[in-house]
Design a protein around this ligand. Structure first.
Ligand SMILES: CC(C)(COP(=O)(O)OP(=O)(O)OC[C@H]1O[C@@H](n2cnc3c(N)ncnc32)[C@H](O)[C@@H]1OP(=O)(O)O)[C@@H](O)C(=O)NCCC(=O)NCCS
Length: 275
């Protein structure tokens, strides 16, 4: 199966990078769909020479998550992402980045090297080798939508690099990231309402990111769900709470396709599965 041409355009312009503990890199796939890492883009987070790059990646997190009250302190980046697993993303050479973009990222004049434009972070959990994905950022919208598909491509590549198969995640009902997660795979809901999270309107899910699912996601064909048991409105908190009660009672529930946009509202196609 071929990767859709829009992703090939990104791959022609952008370069993959890994930032983390080089001991972990030995366990990862460093050639994905024919694309390999340049040696200088395998960045050891312990080395002082990589601290400026680390700072840029951290700045990207402030830009994408800061306004949502979920920006991470630098130590969280280091302790909970870079060292335990690593941060994967795409970057562009400095000369390809527009001046206003460099300013927004607060890139120092004398900095030479890769400018990060996306990232995905996940850490392995002790639940049967399942991972937990906890940050997906794309600066595509800050680059005038030049790299459409960057968010999806970043998560898809990261899963293949890290060797992630089953993966947990948490996100908010109504988040545009759900376009990406549902394009990659069905999302089995572990929680449909989550007061334990910064934002109680979060859901917690488990997805299967097999190579087949990843390739389907990148084929350019939108995943739709024809039949569903429920179309859940992103703003219907009472229905989400009710769904959560069903999950706690043992019902198996999944989001089975891309969100449906109708009259400026977002709906999720929900399936109740046989247990
Ligand atoms: C969410 C985010 C990663 C999307 O990145 P992106 O590079 O713009 O997304 P992509 O271009 O890969 O889009 C993938 C699909 O989602 C759709 N999409 C992206 N943003 C959308 C939006 N705001 N509304 C509706 N659809 C959207 C795209 O149209 C595309 O659809 P297609 O497959 O039919 O072409 C980015 O906006 C971001 O970093 N947001 C802030 C951080 C965040 O919330 N992360 C997610 C945490 S779970």
């Amino acid at each position: 199966m071929n990767i859709d041409v829009k992703y090939q355009n990104i791959l022609n312009e952008a370069e993959p990078y890994l930032l983390g503990n080089p001991k972990a890199f030995e366990n990862y796939n460093l050639t994905i769909f024919g694309k390999s890492f340049k040696e200088e883009n395998l960045k050891n987070c312990l080395e002082v020479k990589n601290s400026d790059f680390f700072g840029l990646v951290h700045r990207m997190d402030s830009l994408t998550f800061g306004h949502q009250g979920m920006g991470m302190d630098k130590w969280v980046f280091f302790d909970c992402s870079a060292m335990p697993a690593g941060i994967f993303g795409f970057g562009i050479p400095k000369e390809k980045a527009p001046e206003d973009f460099l300013q927004m990222l607060a890139v120092e004049e004398e900095y030479e090297g890769l400018i990060p434009i996306s990232m995905y972070m996940a850490i392995p959990t002790s639940d049967r080798g399942r991972w937990f994905g906890h940050n997906l950022s794309s600066l595509n919208s800050f680059l005038g939508q030049k790299y459409q598909g960057l968010g999806l491509l970043t998560k898809a590549f990261a899963c293949r690099v890290f060797g992630i198969h089953m993966c947990y995640g948490a996100t908010q009902w109504g988040s545009s990231a759900l376009e990406i997660h549902t394009q990659l795979a069905n999302m089995q809901l572990k929680a449909a309402h989550l007061p334990a999270h910064t934002h109680p309107n979060s859901l917690c899910y488990l997805s299967d990111y097999s190579e087949e699912n990843i390739l389907n996601a990148l084929s350019g064909k939108k995943r739709v769900l024809e039949d569903h048991d429920l179309l859940l409105n992103s703003k219907d908190i009472e229905r989400q709470k009710k769904l959560h009660q069903d999950i706690e009672r043992g019902l198996k529930v999944e989001i089975g396709g891309r969100p449906v946009h109708k009259d400026h509202e977002i709906f999720y196609p929900i399936n109740f599965l046989e247990v």
